[in-house]
Unconditional design. Sequence first.
Length: 133
Amino acid sequence: LDGFRIFEGNFLDFKFIEDWTKTFSKDGIPSILDYTGDKAVINSWLKNSRLINNYNLLIPDYEIREVLANLCNDKTGNFNLELLEDSGLIKKGLNPENVIHFVETTEFDKTDWENNIDLGHSGIKVIYVLLIL
């Protein structure tokens, strides 16, 4: 077993997540705590950063992903790179080892049966981004 993805973690009681994480962290099994919909749940999770930072719990950084998507899709050449410094879960106190940075996942740009983007995301038109901050 490589690990778990706790999908839609924002709908779960944090006590359940805490018990789950403590149980599987004993064996070194990581869990990805994913969330959908309202990103305000992150603020409540950040109040429990001790749990996140001390156990094998990983959280995707959708905030930094959004900034990276805007950077990649910007065609003006005037993108404010300072936005990268001021956003993200690491900036908000999470251990870098518990944060997953990504540019694209299977959760974005899904298509419906007519091959239309179903979730309303614009998509990132880049394969690889190298940033030196």
